[in-house]
Ligand binder design. Sequence first.
Ligand code: TRP
Ligand code: ZN
Length: 880
Amino acid sequence: MSEKQAKFRSDYRAPDFSISTVELTFYLDPHHTRVHNRMQVHPQRQQQPLCLDGEQLKLLEVSINGELLDANDYQVDAQQLVLTKVPEQAFELEVVTEIDPANNTALEGLYQTNGSFCTQCEAEGFRRITYYLDRPDVLAIFTTTIYADQQQYPYLLSNGNPQASGTTAAGQQWVTWHDPFPKPAYLFALVAGNFELLEDHFTTRSGKQVLLQLFVDPGNLARAHYAMQALKNSMVWDEQRFGLEYDLDIYMIVAVDFFNMGAMENKGLNVFNSRYVLADAATATDQDFLNVESVIGHEYFHNWTGNRITCRDWFQLSLKEGLTVFRDQEFSSDLGSRAVNRIQAIRVMRSHQFNEDASPMAHPIRPDKVIEMNNFYTVTVYNKGAEVIRMLHTLLGETGFQAGMQCYIERHDGQAVTCDDFIAAMAAANQRDLTRFKNWYSQAGTPVVRVTENYTPASAQAAGQLRLTFAQHTPATPGQTSKQPVHIPVLLSAYSSRGERLNLTHPELQLHESGSYLFELTEATAELTITGLQQRPILALLENFSAPVRLEYNQSFADKAVLLGSAEQEVTRWEAAQQMYLDLLTAAVAKDGLVSLPPEVSQALQELLAAPLDPALKALALTPPAAEELAEHYPQDIPLALIGVACEQLKRAIAAALAEQLATWWQQQQGQPYELTAEAIAQRSLTHLAAYYLALNEPEAFNSEISQAFSHADNMTSQQALLQIATHLELACASDLLEQFELRWQHDPLVLDKWFAVQASAPVAGTVARVAELVDHPRFNRNNPNRVYALLATFSRNLLAFHQADGAGYQVVASMIRYLNGKNPQVAARLITPFTQWRRFDKQRQKLLLGHLQELQQLPNLAPDLAEKISSSLAPDMQA
Ligand code: TRP
Ligand code: ZN
């Protein structure tokens, strides 16, 4: 197989041809689907060959202006159809191909899922349907006609509005759809199948009637209502907060079981992984409900940020994804708890994105070099991308940011543009120079900000003064050895030792709309001398995680306790607790792993638990960083065993210090009726944390409480949480609960995924062996991405189990990767990530991990997805 060539951002060239309209006709059949594709093609430069992308296609016919070409007029290979001589004026090109959806296990292009047909075209899947200019800067108007058996496929769907339909003499049904908005091929979608349909309506603020349709597999209709409500909430929110209205007469969502990712924003016809649509109290946890809301929002918000304004090339992916993640985070924050949402986003950054930024696959949010585009749908492009947008929002304020959005939309509606275009619109609307800020787009790696302070107390002659110095640097990453300073918004506030807010006066400290002060660090170093102080200020720095950086700053437990007890912002209080935990954990790892809580820490935690605060915030603040996040602090030779001991020890210490208060809360919460309200969700999160700590503290005494609560649980949140406690703490009831759960839910794939995941995430000695067994469980299906992620991606994130010293954990995952290489490379490539970080472990583990990488590299048909990740991880350190 020819090796796939790298593409570079700097090589961008506008297309030689444009395509104004595309008329597609599909004759659907599981193994022999025929696709007729008639395009109006417009040469943009003279005498260029027309190179159409196409993969895994059987070419049947090509004609130009109605004349059939013969085989000498074109060349076909595994990637392209090349027409060397084409008319100089606009012409009509028709291509007929045949494809085999039933054997499409990669789930890219047209494939089958539970007997229905569906498509996934982002990033480069359309070329598996027909020959085309499969790049996001070719925008065309699509008209799609679908023919299929009426009995088997009663619903035939595509983008835009339905235009005509009928039946043929042979008992086939046909429907024609027309999408008036020019779009790139990656937004094309087709779905055909037998579904249950939930319908609703929405009236936009300018009075346009929109039909809303949600399609689910038969039997799942009752689980679709929450998603429909989330869609309506999204539509209202985008009008109110961003002034953006929906533009077609119909909005459809289809839920499918076989899907590589979360969901897809195809114009007017979203396709969703069923796990982000189906939700009811019996089968979905509180977190599942919140995830449904956020993914429904995300895909809906893409209609403007992604579809109406799209990406010029795939290096610009963060243009739509970073911005749309920012928008979905704001949506969830406006509808639910802003602090809880923010904390969850911060945790994703620290436990996953920082990791990626320190890995061989580190890349800027706007990558410079790509082999397989599917490898760049990453936490860096999505979540760090959203943090970069959030920094702009912090720097410009809500009003300035919205003015920038308006300018962006006025300038670029209907176009395919770049991240630079977005920044230019933000800069223009606010008359700001964002040149330095743009380094966030070009540089990989997590900047480190070191802050030191020097306080001179007040004397008889003068008030006190605080000298603050800031220094930033970004570590080298593969292919980028020297870095420029970035523009870092530092939100901060100051408190007295009694927890009162202190005013700080300095020309470089602006009072920010968040309530904090804003300091803009734009150079490698900066110094601020703050005068007029009556007492030593206790600083809360980088409040709300105002930039995606690592902060290095020394602060005593006593000062952190003040912030934990008194800071105005909930995120700041949570952060103070996290920093306490990290200090304790790193100190413990540096010696024997043993932890005891200093009295000021126990007291601060007890006071927090007693304070009149949101129970969800308490639960988050009482949860120390997981082993995976702690490991982040060790660039090499990660001391796995000590990390394991320290994390366990800290949890035991917290459990002991809070036992009485937690027992009271647990008792009070018994018999609470299930409700799906923000308040009830928050209470449940603290209740389940309490149960965890109580069982950790006294496993024998609490065993029967857990198993009884499990049998009375009338909702999935409690069932899942109790099952997890029993399994992870190896309570006496664990195997019984696992059996009950399996028996009850074996016919429900999404629920059974939780059963797999609970076992795969257990931080216990038996996990590796158990996972190896579960791969052969009759209900485990390695062709279904959700099952694979639930068992094996979950397992590979279980630091201590996956890295079991004998390498048995590596073995299980590597053999799944080997299988998936030939079936679904996108999923295989996601599983290989933990192997690529081999350099961070001890010699013994390095050898084992490396052995698997080298073995996989030898696979005869190594997919480009895997090849790219393996070769970057084997390259000498810091080379691209
Ligand atoms: N654009 C999708 C989103 O962010 C992502 C996506 C869905 C995707 N399916 C995919 C990306 C398949 C690559 C391949 O919502
Ligand atoms: Zn997206």
